[in-house]
Design a protein. Structure first.
Length: 88
């Protein structure tokens, strides 16, 4: 995954948390929850799950309400941070 400012994050473990205190951490993003969302990697297939965040988690501009598969090219928004999924 890559942010707009060029930061790249590899999803190599089976589960990774995004948040101000997550494994993928953005402590400066005040609109992101401490543990905002998680990505689950099962044999290269990625699923995104919101962790009851205050401001929601979005895929391609749509708020998710349950776990949802993500694919190459999808835009994920957590707080004020947007990621682009690459090479799934």
């Amino acid at each position: 995954m890559q942010t707009k400012d060029g930061k790249v994050f590899s999803i190599s473990s089976t589960e990774i948390t995004i948040g101000r205190k997550g494994k993928i951490a953005f402590p400066e993003d005040g609109f992101m929850s401490r543990n905002h969302a998680k990505i689950i990697n099962v044999s290269g297939s990625l699923t995104l799950q919101d962790l009851n965040s205050q401001n929601g988690t979005f895929i391609n501009g749509e708020k998710i309400h349950q776990s949802q598969k993500i694919k190459t090219g999808d835009k994920i928004k957590c707080g004020n941070t947007t990621f682009t999924v690459q090479n799934v």
